[in-house]
Design a binder for this molecule. Sequence first.
Ligand code: FES
Length: 432
Amino acid sequence: MLDSVWTKGVQLPDFPSLEGDTKTDVLVVGGGMAGLLIAHKLTRAGIDNLLIEADRICHGVTRNTTAKITSQHGLIYDKLARMFNDDTAKLYYQANQDAIGQFRELAKDVPCDFSEQSSYVYTRHYTVDFEKEMQTLQRLGIPFELKKETQLPFPTDGAIRFRRQAQFHPLLFLQAIAKDLNIRENTRFIAFDGSSVITDSGKIHAKCIVMATHFPIINKHGSYFIKMYQERSYAVALVGAENLQGMYRDADPKGLSFRNCGDYLLLGGGAHRTGKTSDGWKPLENAAAEYYPKFKISYRWATQDCMTLDHLPYIGQYSKRTPRLFVAAGFNKWGMTGSMVAATVLCDLLEGKDAPYGGIFSPSRSILRKQLLINGVSSAVNLLTPTKPRCPHLGCALKWNPQEHSWDCPCHGSRFTNDGKLLDNPANGDLP
Ligand code: FES
C-alpha cells in the first residue's frame, strides 16, 4: 500500500473553503505540522489568525514523516560548531530540547501515542566524524552516552544516545490540535500583492503573513530557490517485528533509520536529491528481507524534505525587504521539532517579543558561497536541458520517476502525477 502507517483509521476534521474577501491579523499559508502549530500558538496567545491550505490539512509531507521528536539530528553539532560557532550549536540544541518539552506538555491533553524514547545515532564503521561529534557534545555540555551494544539487527561500532527524546502519532496529534482552529481548506494561495494575499477563492487582507508551505513559494523575495533543494526518501512498516526500544539513525546519511509504532517497525532510508535516479524502496526491501525475513511489509511510502545549505532551517522574516511577511521552512528532515521551533520563534516575533532562538534561524543570514555555487550549478544544468515537459516553477526540465510514476523536478523538487497534477511544491499549480 503506497500510504503511510499514520493514515490508518485517522479521520481529520473538515474545514470549509474561503468564500469571498476577508481580513485577519495573521494569515498562515500551509496546513502541515508547521502551519498548524503556528496557528495553534497564535490562537493560544489570543492573536486573530486564519490558516489557508490549498488541499486538505496534513495532505503533504506531514502524513509521511517518521515522527521522531528529537534534538539529535544525525551528527549535527560538530557541523554547526565548525560552520558557525559553539554558541550557535548550543542554541540549536536548546531550541530543539525546548520543542520536545512543548510536545510533552501538549501531549498530556492530546491522545497521540506520545512516548519518551532514547534516540541513537549509530555507526557501522567508526569514523573521525563520529568521534568529533562526541568531542563537540562534551565541549558544549550536551548530555549523551556512548553505547557499545544496541538492539539493532546488525553489529555496530557504537551509538551515541540522547535520553528523554520522544515519538508520537503525528496525525492523531494534529487531529486534536486542528479542530478548534480557524482554517479554510481547498483555498490556494495565488500571489502576495504587497498588501493582500490573493487566493483562488477571494482576497485576504492580513497585517502579517506566514508562509509555511513546505518550500517557500513566493519567488520574488528571499531567493529560496537558490538556497534550498529537496530530497526524497523512503519508508516501510513491517508488521510484528521486534521492538527496538528506541529511535535509531545511521550516522551515514545514506544508511537506515528505525523506530517502532505499535505493532509496526518503521524502516527509513534511500535518500536522494529529488529528480535524481534512485532505487526507491529496493534498499529497504533488501534490508527487511535480510534482517527481518519472517515479517511482512504492510505499508510503504515516500517523503520529501527541504534541505538548506548550512543545516539550519529558515525561520523569521521572509526577506529583509518584507517586514510583514514571514517564513518557516527547510527543516532538513527534522520537521517535528523544526515546526515547534518555528511556531515558538514566529509567535514571539509576531507578538513583538524577543525571540531568543530567532537569530540563528534568520532567513537573511549570509550563505556560504561554495554551497550556493554547487546548488546553483545543479539547477542551471537542469534549466538548460532541452527536454520536455518543463516545470512551471522556474522552467527546469522534469525527469520521469519510474518508482513513483511521477514527473520530478531536479532543480527545487516540484513533482507532478503522470497526468500533470501538482504533488509537491514550490510549483503552485498543475502542468499546463
Ligand atoms: Fe523550481 Fe522546478 S521546482 S524549476
